[in-house]
Design a protein. Structure first.
Length: 211
């Protein structure tokens, strides 16, 4: 988000989000990622990490619900969808979505996930960002630390051939993180979606076909 609220309100994605009832302009980043990589294909069980205020949950819910009837074709399918959102902060409820307020670094988090889904998930989304201190090096390191934790969680709970989308900052330790994630997925892409500000060093990694 831009630091200047006036500038933020002038932003075309902000206006579009208002019009289309998305809680945040970040919805368009996920929609663009999906347009490019089809990450919601056959995604029925979805975990969204760093979910507040909930625009990715709104997008995820829409696709998961559509998928129930879209993929009744004899290939991988589930008869219901399950979505869980987690954040340190509260999230205003989203219909049919389980929301928990928790730090994903808490070891008890994985148990919460397992007990809710009762098995592996199809897609892990993470738009989680650390609270920036303004010291770039330190912020990059802390973000990668958080991403490593999330990758560890993903490795435990994403099904074979499942997918993951994660926000990373391009900076120190980025290459190392990229390489560790590449080890877990047959296909990996990095992408700066439309809606991601040009002056931000965020980038999204998309892992597909989990090993
Ligand atoms: C950019 S916002 C996510 C926006 C969201 N994708 C949306 O579209 O509404 C990043 C969120 O990550 C959350 N976050 C950061 N570290 C976290 C952690 N350790 N556990 C859970 N959530 C975390 C922050 O509280 C923040 O709300």
């Amino acid at each position: 988000m831009t630091k200047n609220p006036k500038e933020h309100r002038k932003d075309p994605h902000y206006k579009q989000a208002k019009r289309e009832n998305y809680r945040a302009r970040s919805a368009y980043k996920l929609l663009d990622i999906n347009k490019r990589f089809n990450v919601f294909k056959r995604a029925f069980y979805i975990l969204d990490i760093g979910a507040t205020p909930g625009s990715w949950l709104q997008v995820a819910r829409k696709f998961a619900e559509e998928n129930i009837s879209l993929y009744k074709d004899g290939f991988y399918h589930r008869d219901n969808f399950k979505i869980m959102g987690v954040d340190l902060k509260s999230v205003t409820p989203v219909e049919d979505v389980k929301i928990i307020k928790m730090d994903v670094r808490n070891p008890a988090f994985l148990e919460e996930v397992r007990s809710f889904f009762g098995g592996k998930i199809d897609l892990l989304l993470s738009d989680a960002s650390i609270k920036k201190s303004g010291i770039k090096f330190q912020d990059d390191v802390n973000q990668i630390k958080l991403c490593n934790k999330i990758l560890e969680i993903g490795n435990e709970i994403i099904r074979n051939k499942g997918a993951m989308v994660i926000k990373v900052f391009q900076g120190s330790d980025f290459d190392e993180f990229y390489a560790s994630m590449k080890n877990k997925f047959r296909l990996m892409k990095s992408y700066k979606p439309k809606g991601s500000r040009k002056n931000s060093n965020e980038i999204y990694l998309i892992g597909m076909k989990k090993i």
